[in-house]
Design a protein around this ligand. Structure first.
Ligand code: NAP
Length: 251
C-alpha cells in the first residue's frame, strides 16, 4: 500500500493503459479519480476498483477542454479534499501519410495529446502546491522523435509526443522547488485498442523480431512504473524520460 492517503487523477482511464494504471494505483491504496471522454467506461473501472475494496470516482473529462478539466479537478477536491498524483494518459493516434494529413487532424491530435497534458498539469499543480507535494506522470511514446527511431504516417502523433517530453522537462524545472516531480514514460507497443490493427496485421512477426523480449507489452507493464513514480520512493527523480519497450530501442 505505497499510496495510502494519496488522491490520484487519471485521464483516459476507461480502457487500455489508463484503466490498468487506475486499477494499480487503487491497489496501492490511492483514491482514484478515473476520468475519460466517455463517463460510462470509467464508471466500469471505478466499479472494478470498488469491488476490490478500493475507493474511486468516475468523471467525464475531455482533456482538450479546459473548462471540463477545471470542473473535474474541482469535483476531485470537493470529494477527496486534495490532489496528489496526476497521470496524463489520454491520447489518440491515427495513421495518415504526411501529404494527406489535414490541418484538422493535426489540431485534434495536438489538442488532445499535448494541450490536454498542459491543461491537466496546470490545473493539478494548482492543487498540489497547496500541500507542497505532487507527482505528475505523463505518457508519451517511443515515437516522440528523440530516441533514434521514427515511424511513417504518424507525423502529428510523433510531434505531439515530442512536445510531451519537452513539456515534462519544463514542468520538472519549474515545479520541483514546490515539491512536485514530473516524469514521462515512453511505451513501446502495448496490447490495447490503439494498437489492435498493428498487432493483428501481417507485420506482427517482423515487429516482434525487433523486440528482444519477444512479446508486445501489457498495460500492467506501464502501470507498475507509474506506481513507482507516484510513490515517495521516486522523490529524487524528476524530468526523466523512461522507456518501457521490451528492449526495442537497443536493437
Ligand atoms: P486506448 O486504448 O485507445 O485508450 C485511450 C483512452 O483515452 C480511451 O478510453 C479513449 O476514449 C480516451 N480518450 C480519447 N480521447 C480523449 C479525450 N479527448 N479526453 C479524454 N480521454 C480521451 O489507448 P492506450 O493504448 O491505452 O493509450 C494510452 C496512452 O498511451 C496514450 O497517450 C497513447 O498515446 C500512449 N501510448 C500507447 C501505446 C500503445 O502501444 N498502446 C504506445 C505508446 C504510447 P475513446 O476510446 O472513447 O475515444
Amino acid at each position: 500500500m505505497r499510496l495510502e492517503n494519496k488522491v490520484a487523477f487519471v485521464t483516459g482511464a476507461g480502457m487500455g493503459i489508463g484503466r490498468a494504471i487506475a486499477l494499480k494505483l487503487a491497489q496501492e491504496g490511492a483514491k482514484v479519480v478515473a476520468t475519460d471522454i466517455a463517463e460510462e467506461t470509467c464508471r466500469g473501472v471505478v466499479g472494478e476498483i470498488e469491488s476490490a475494496g478500493g475507493t474511486g470516482l468516475a468523471l467525464q473529462c475531455d482533456v482538450s477542454n479546459g473548462a471540463q478539466i477545471d470542473n473535474a479537478i474541482q469535483k476531485t477536491v470537493a470529494e477527496f479534499g486534495r490532489l496528489d498524483i496526476l497521470v496524463n494518459n489520454a491520447g489518440i493516434t491515427s495513421f495518415k501519410p504526411i501529404l494527406e494529413l489535414s490541418e484538422e487532424e493535426w489540431d485534434r491530435t495536438m489538442n488532445i495529446n499535448l494541450k490536454g497534458q498542459f491543461l491537466c498539469a496546470q490545473a493539478a499543480a494548482k492543487q498540489m502546491v497547496k500541500n507542497e507535494w505532487g507527482r505528475i506522470i505523463n505518457i508519451a511514446s517511443i515515437s516522440y522523435g528523440g530516441c533514434g527511431i521514427a515511424f511513417p504516417q504518424v507525423a502529428h502523433y510523433t510531434a505531439s509526443k515530442g512536445g510531451v517530453v519537452a513539456l515534462t522537462q519544463a514542468l520538472a524545472v519549474e515545479l520541483s522547488s514546490q515539491g512536485i516531480t514530473c516524469n514521462v514514460i515512453c511505451p513501446g507497443i502495448i496490447d490495447t485498442e490503439m494498437t489492435k490493427s498493428i498487432r493483428e496485421g501481417d507485420q506482427l512477426q517482423q515487429l516482434l523480431g525487433r523486440i528482444p523480449k519477444g512479446r508486445t507489452g501489457r498495460p500492467e507493464d506501464i502501470a507498475h512504473l507509474v506506481v513507482y513514480l507516484a510513490s515517495e520512493q521516486s522523490d529524487y527523480m524528476t524530468g526523466a524520460s523512461l522507456v518501457v519497450d521490451g528492449g526495442w530501442l537497443t536493437t
